[in-house]
Design a protein around this ligand. Structure first.
Ligand SMILES: C[S@@+](CC[C@H](N)C(=O)[O-])C[C@H]1O[C@@H](n2cnc3c(N)ncnc32)[C@H](O)[C@@H]1O
Length: 260
């Protein structure tokens, strides 16, 4: 089942440059040239899907996303060799085996990575490539504070006790998983991205475009506004009003290739 749609393209794109950097780093890890079919899982607004499509010189690329708001923007690109599909990554299956599965900043929304990566492995042709980038920042204070606020009243009642627990594994667990799934080559990296934001409060705008969407879909608008205000107050209390604020953001980058 798809998640309810809390993705707001404009909010997500407020940190477009910072968020694009890991995409370019991941794209540079891809080795396959001129794949017949590539897929971009969690393609969002599709702009980066188009960059990937041109960079690898794919014959056709499918963008998969469960947010209609994001897909509307993607379809408006009007590139005929790009096809956009509204589907849940956990359930989508390609029409034919794939040469390249690419996913930037999306798989951390999909549960059970052992099952997920097993499915992705099955979708690939011989010498097919998998390239995945996900945040691994869930132990950062910006995320810890969100969990703390979600556990407090009145939010915990509205959330029915739900708090976001990311399914992202340790880098070495992915290395082991890729090996056990029979990938013939792999490269797993943990990278810290150094973002200098205008102020501590800018972190609130950052997480509103990502982490907090998971809480936004689970409570009425007025309560969510209150949640964000409480989050902002707590974060400023813990970190102080730093100007600028240095946001050290961990991400995992994964590349792997199936045997010939
Ligand atoms: C952080 S955005 C990344 C978008 C794009 N890949 C980029 O790099 O700009 C995450 C995207 O994943 C999509 N997404 C999250 N969970 C999903 C799921 N289970 N199935 C399909 N799409 C999902 C969201 O709708 C959103 O567009």
């Amino acid at each position: 089942m798809s998640r309810p749609d809390a993705w707001a393209p404009a909010q997500y794109e407020r940190f477009r440059e910072e968020r694009a950097q890991p995409f370019y780093d991941l794209m540079r890890m891809v080795k396959v040239a001129s794949p017949q079919t590539a897929v971009d899982l969690g393609c969002g607004t599709g702009e980066l899907t188009a960059v990937l499509h041109r960079h690898v010189r794919a014959t056709s690329t499918i963008g998969v996303d469960s947010s209609e708001a994001m897909l509307e923007r993607a379809r408006a690109l009007g590139i005929h060799s790009l096809q956009f599909v509204n589907a849940d990554i956990a359930e989508w299956w390609p029409p034919a085996p794939l040469d390249l599965i690419f996913s930037n900043a999306a798989l951390h929304w999909v549960p059970d990575h052992v099952t997920l990566f097993g499915r992705l492995r099955e979708m690939l042709r011989p010498e097919g490539e998998l390239a995945v980038q996900m945040p691994a920042n869930f132990d950062h204070i910006s995320h810890i504070v969100a969990t703390e606020v979600a556990r407090e009243s009145p939010f915990s009642d509205a959330l029915g006790g739900y708090v976001r627990v990311a399914p992202v594994l340790a880098p070495e667990a992915y290395a082991l998983l890729l090996h056990s799934l029979g990938f013939a080559a792999q490269d797993v990296r943990l990278q810290v991205y150094a973002h200098t934001l205008e102020s501590t409060a800018a972190v609130v705008e950052w997480v509103k475009g990502s982490l907090l969407t998971d809480y936004a879909v689970r409570m009425p608008d007025a309560l969510y506004t209150q949640f964000v205000e409480q989050y902002r107050a707590r974060l400023l209390e813990v970190l102080g009003d730093q100007r600028p604020y240095f946001y050290a953001f961990k991400r995992i980058l994964i590349w792997a290739r199936t045997p010939s």
